[in-house]
Write a protein that binds this ligand. Structure first.
Ligand SMILES: Cc1ncc(COP(=O)(O)O)c(C=O)c1O
Length: 397
């Protein structure tokens, strides 16, 4: 049986809502986008939610609104997708790659405090809520990532591409107001909810929200929907900045609305798969599971990343190939940016190196994790893992 790394579940109201949009005659950003923004804002408890056509666009707008520009130095954790870093270069800033915790692949307050002490010229930080788990943003002792940045006047733009619907603590959803300039979500095809391509940026900063809304659509002071629907001269508008073309379409928002309706159900299904993976795979020689969490409900579980153990003879790449031969799709998140040729040339690299990111990369494999996975598919994945591990171990004896 073949099991892909991801398969979308679009068996809710997706088709009905898309049909509604097609029949309405208004395909670009309009009423459906506005409704999607309202519902997403409600879901995370944010005063402003601004729909865009990718998380990359959201990150770009967030950094632009935070004032990142030529000469800015921005801290980016090395284990992330290249989009987190590239938007800094779009704005003429410099990327400073820092290490991550080898257990979570994330920036920790300790790593950040050390980096901010050593590099006081830092203008902003882009923490990544990797795999769907929130970084430690605030603590009662005042030494969370946001606390540290606030006391030094450093802006924070959150990369929450993986993190809907995650929570920072027992009450606050990722995307709710905690003091960052922007929190950026992805609705790329294989994310926890999708619009095909798409993203959302949330903020409680009114000025940043206004700037991002304008910059999302060419820096024009009125959007096409308003111009078309309000009384007065539809042609009349002003251009207040050289903006971007980052608006989401009503067609995509229609899919997003249907996906959002099932957000709770999707999350439950992901959590269930994770606990079954833990049950089925724990104790297998050659495979390390992620440590059990005190609050697994807080994790969005976009990814379930295991590590192969080369000391038992299980090589990651051979393991991935063995699974592929058995029809099982996997992925690797991520080869760290400090090992990518562009970032080796242009980023400011840490003289202390990247022991955490390198340890994470060694052996990491992301297993299939999607709500539409059937019991038969789950059995096929775990059976293939057991067989492949055993093959990897015996071939190196
Ligand atoms: C951590 C991270 N940040 C940003 C992005 C960019 O998202 P998008 O494809 O919606 O632009 C991704 C996409 O995979 C991602 O994984």
């Amino acid at each position: 049986m073949n099991v892909p790394f991801f398969r979308i579940d679009a068996t809710g109201n997706e088709l009905d809502y898309v049909r509604e949009v097609l029949e309405s005659g208004w395909l670009t950003s309009g009423g459906k986008v506005q409704e999607f923004e309202r519902r997403f804002a409600d879901a995370v408890g944010a005063p402003h939610a601004i729909a865009v056509n990718s998380c990359t666009a959201a990150l770009h707008l967030g950094c632009e609104a935070a004032g990142i520009g030529p000469g800015s130095e921005v801290i980016v954790p090395s284990v992330t997708f290249t989009a987190t870093a590239e938007i800094v270069e779009y704005l003429g800033g410099k990327v400073r790659l820092v290490d991550v915790d080898p257990e979570t692949a994330m920036l920790t307050p300790a790593i950040l405090a050390d980096a901010l002490d050593r590099f006081p010229s830092t203008s902003a930080v882009l923490p990544v809520h990797f795999g769907g788990r929130a970084c430690l943003m605030r603590t009662t002792g005042g030494d969370g990532i946001l606390d540290l940045c606030e006391s030094r006047g450093v802006a924070v733009i959150e990369d929450a591409a993986h993190a809907f619907p995650a929570t920072y603590d027992e009450q606050h959803a990722v995307g709710s107001p905690i003091g960052s300039t922007a929190c950026c979500f992805s609705f790329y095809a294989n994310k926890t909810m999708t619009t095909g391509e798409g993203g959302m940026v949330t903020t409680d900063d009114d000025a940043a929200a206004e700037r991002m809304r304008r910059m999302r659509l060419h820096g024009i002071d009125r959007n096409a929907w308003d111009r078309h629907h309000r009384v007065g001269a539809g042609w009349e508008y002003d251009v207040v900045a050289a903006g971007f073309k980052y608006n989401l379409t009503d067609l995509a928002a229609a899919i997003g609305l249907a996906q959002l309706e099932r957000n709770h159900e999707f999350h439950e299904a992901r959590k269930d798969l994770v606990s079954r993976y833990r049950e089925r795979l724990s104790g297998l020689e050659g495979l390390r599971l992620p440590p059990a969490l005190p609050h697994p409900d807080r994790d969005a579980w976009h990814l379930f990343v295991v590590h192969t153990d080369s000391e038992t003879g299980v090589d990651r790449n051979t393991f991935i190939e063995g699974l592929a031969e058995r029809g099982i799709g996997t992925s690797v998140h991520y080869r760290p940016l400090h090992r990518m040729s562009h970032w080796m040339r242009t980023a400011i690299l840490d003289p202390h190196g990247y022991p955490g990111a390198d340890a994470w990369f060694e052996g990491c494999v992301s297993l299939p994790l999607f709500p539409a996975m059937t019991n038969e598919e789950f059995d096929a994945v775990t059976t293939a893992i057991t067989a492949t591990l055993s093959e990897c171990r015996t071939s190196t004896v």
